[in-house]
Design a protein around this ligand. Structure first.
Ligand code: ADP
Length: 217
């Protein structure tokens, strides 16, 4: 007998942070491939659109004025000025709606955004992705070919600040061998789904007890 749960399960907000170039996007793409039920929160940004990026899928590319309007009107769950020039933010409404309807959402943000989300939504699951060493991070930034040397140096300076924030996360994952890191991110997601506050145990308990009739009384 299947029954509709009385209160829908609340979704999980999975926050993935870490320095630029560490592999957050790559890990999240693989997690979404394995779990298409997870929703990707599309951020807004004022930075230029890189080749290969699809507006509305990778980011919503918006002007500084529009960005500031959204921030002032409380339409962003978090926002940050990254590398002193580009603004990135998370539209609040789609996240609130998905979580209320029991859908899980993954968010890729920097440490400043992670701090704001933790304050706004303390139940969010916070994961920091670290490189195995500084050299690997430098190589990945250079290999991405979207940055010139000056941008790589700027991102390495920001990475120093990101590393300083590691202690505020619940999970730290080292992205050395990609397949291992993907398995670890999935393990965090799967374990967090089973937490009593998320797994709808009351409904399960009610069904189990109802199915027992007078047995064991
Ligand atoms: P981020 O989203 O954190 O800025 P990306 O996902 O864009 O980082 O990854 C940066 C670069 O590093 C990409 O070229 C990606 O293919 C590469 N990369 C990601 N993870 C690994 C890994 N474990 N080993 C080697 N290269 C990786």
């Amino acid at each position: 007998m299947s029954e509709t749960p009385t209160a829908p399960r609340r979704g999980m907000l999975l926050v993935v942070a870490g320095p630029s170039g560490v592999g957050k996007g790559t890990l999240i793409r693989e997690l979404l491939e394995r779990h298409p039920e997870i929703e990707w929160s599309v951020s807004c940004t004022t930075r230029d659109h890189r080749p290969g990026e699809t507006p509305g899928e990778d980011y919503h590319f918006i002007s500084d004025d529009e960005f500031m309007r959204m921030a002032e009107q409380g339409e962003l769950l978090e926002w940050a000025l990254v590398h002193g020039i580009d603004r990135y933010g998370t539209p609040r409404a789609p996240v609130d709606e998905a979580l209320a309807e029991g859908r899980d959402v993954v968010l890729e943000i920097d440490y400043q955004g992670a701090r704001s989300v933790r304050a706004a939504m303390p139940e969010a699951v916070m994961v920091f992705v670290a490189p195995p060493d500084a050299e690997a991070l430098r190589e990945r930034l250079a290999a991405r070919r979207t940055e010139d040397d000056c941008a790589v140096a700027r991102r390495m300076r920001s990475a120093r600040i990101e590393f300083g924030s590691m202690g505020m996360f619940e999970y730290v994952l080292v992205n050395d061998q990609l397949s291992v890191a993907c398995d670890e991110l999935e393990a965090v997601y799967l374990a967090e789904r089973l937490r009593t506050r998320r797994c709808g145990w009351r409904e399960l308990q009610r069904r189990l007890l109802a199915g027992m009739g007078d047995e064991g009384r």
